[in-house]
Design a binder for this molecule. Structure first.
Ligand SMILES: [Fe+2]
Length: 483
């Protein structure tokens, strides 16, 4: 405590802490780090209680948890127009190393976060992959397990970090029973999205995971609106200008709460980006929302209409496709970290999800064919969105690992009633599990492994986590096998 008082006093000339224990409300939204590179990482915080004015802030990065070896420090300003959120790109770091970071503002020190840079070379990398954390549907216990997994190099989150829906009463039924309520109406304005992120970010389990690992964040639909597609709202007839304003608010709030490098420009953001995983491969974060054309015949699972066969279907858009292909030549694994189901998934009655790649088959062919033409015959596709764990061979080459959700759709069950029919109709899909949880991945030079972790329950706190399956794909081969 003496060291912490001295740091605050010397660096900021602020009064010594009046309360040295407990989590100060100033940093009640926690700290986070993300978008790791070999020599830098983004460190983040947002002041939860601050005056309506710019607030000066100090940050420090150290090689040890006690901050005896500080290797970078600086000043920043938390501005009210950015909801007092702060992003610092901490540079000059060494590859493949752990670091610790903290902030101080208004005479208070933040909790300490741990982060890690990506390696220049490595024999093994490990990361957790999960998505979809509907606050009303359960407790974020999975994050407490992920927070304690000290061997992780990072976390990849596919999207649905918040859900935009209005609050419902505890005990409400319908889609996912409500065990704790959203505050407020459906998010449309910047103030509403900010408040929603803050509500989620006050969760202790979520804060613990952010403080323990760097995150690589993507967004899906619910960060804006269910099933949005490019300029199109889910609701036909929505005024395009109104929807653009809603997207601008949603992206601004997403940026303000995520430890990311991409900065929104109004209603658009270039969130696709690439991470070099040492000499083991590349992680390509894709945006399957911003540049897609509208779902061809409604958003839901249905029998494909004629428009599904359109040859110019766009899921990534031309610029993102070109960017991906340009980065697909390097050796090693190519991991497509994205949102919606890519392998074909026909339900037993013939319906398919028009919001997934099944609604955009020409775009899927262009993507996978383009990768094959550049020598990427075994792409690893990471998917969220469906709130159930699946594992599939990608027809034509590759593997798809679909993670479950942190909470969305509540406790779930081991197998959905329709899963056997889906696997019968899609022989490339090998695995299904419908509890909540995450997938833990391990990359080596020759293998990519998926360990499926599940929680028996999320509608009460304190669930244990269980290992339910392991699948492996070899770099030189294609397709998955159960291990
Ligand atoms: Fe979701």
């Amino acid at each position: 405590m003496i060291a912490r008082r001295r740091w605050l006093g010397a660096a900021l000339a602020f009064p010594a802490l009046s309360c040295a224990t407990g989590q100060p409300a100033v940093f009640g939204l926690g700290v986070a780090s993300g978008d790791p590179a070999q020599d830098s990482v983004v460190i983040w915080t947002r002041l939860d209680t601050a005056p309506d004015a710019p607030v000066p802030l100090r940050w420090e990065v150290a090689e040890d948890e006690a901050f005896a070896r500080i290797i970078a420090r600086g000043d920043a300003v938390a501005r009210p127009e950015s909801a007092h959120a702060v992003h610092v790109v901490a540079g000059g770091l060494r590859p493949g190393r752990q670091y610790w970071y903290r902030f101080a503002a208004l005479g208070v020190a933040s909790p300490v976060g741990r982060t890690k840079t990506l390696p220049e070379r490595a024999d093994t990398l490990r990361f957790a992959n999960t998505s979809c954390q509907h606050y009303e549907h359960g407790f974020f216990t999975a994050w407490s397990h992920i927070a304690r997994d000290a061997a992780l190099d990072f976390v990849f989150f596919n999207g649905d970090y918040i859900y935009e829906y209005a609050g419902r009463a505890i005990g409400s039924r319908g889609w996912g029973g409500v065990v704790r309520s959203h505050e407020g109406a459906e998010c449309v304005t910047l103030a509403q999205y900010r408040a929603r992120y803050a509500q989620y970010r006050r969760d202790a389990d979520l804060q613990a995971a952010h403080a323990a690992h760097p995150f690589i964040m993507a967004f899906d639909d619910h960060e804006v609106e269910n099933n949005w597609a490019g300029p199109h709202s889910e609701k036909p007839g929505t005024d395009p200008a109104a929807f653009a304003a809603r997207k601008a608010a949603a992206f601004q709030a997403w940026y303000e709460h995520m430890p990311v490098r991409p900065v929104p420009r109004g209603a658009s953001i270039t969130a696709y980006r690439r991470f070099r995983l040492g000499d083991l491969g590349h992680l390509h974060v894709l945006d399957t929302r911003s540049f897609r054309d509208d779902q061809p015949c409604g958003d839901r699972a249905q029998l494909p209409c004629d428009a599904v066969a359109r040859t110019d279907a766009q899921m990534l858009g031309a610029a993102q496709e070109e960017w991906l292909f340009a980065g697909a030549r390097a050796p090693g694994f190519h991991i497509l970290a994205q949102q919606v189901f890519m392998a074909p998934r026909r339900f037993a009655d013939g319906r398919m999800s028009m919001d997934a790649w099944d609604g955009y088959p020409a775009a899927r062919e262009r993507l996978l064919g383009g990768l094959r033409a550049r020598g990427v015959t075994n792409p690893i596709v990471l998917t969220g969105d469906v709130h159930r764990a699946w594992a599939a061979d990608m027809p034509g080459g590759g593997a798809e690992f679909i993670c479950s959700s942190i909470t969305s759709e509540g406790d779930g069950r081991e197998a959905e009633p329709n899963a056997a029919g889906i696997m019968e109709a899609n022989r490339h899909i090998q695995f299904h599990h419908a509890r909540r949880g995450w997938t833990r991945h391990e990359i080596t030079r020759d293998h990519f492994t998926a360990d499926y972790m599940a929680l028996p329950f999320v509608t009460r706190a304190g669930s244990p986590a269980e290992h339910v399956a392991r699948f492996v794909t070899a770099r030189a081969a294609s397709g998955i096998s159960r291990a």
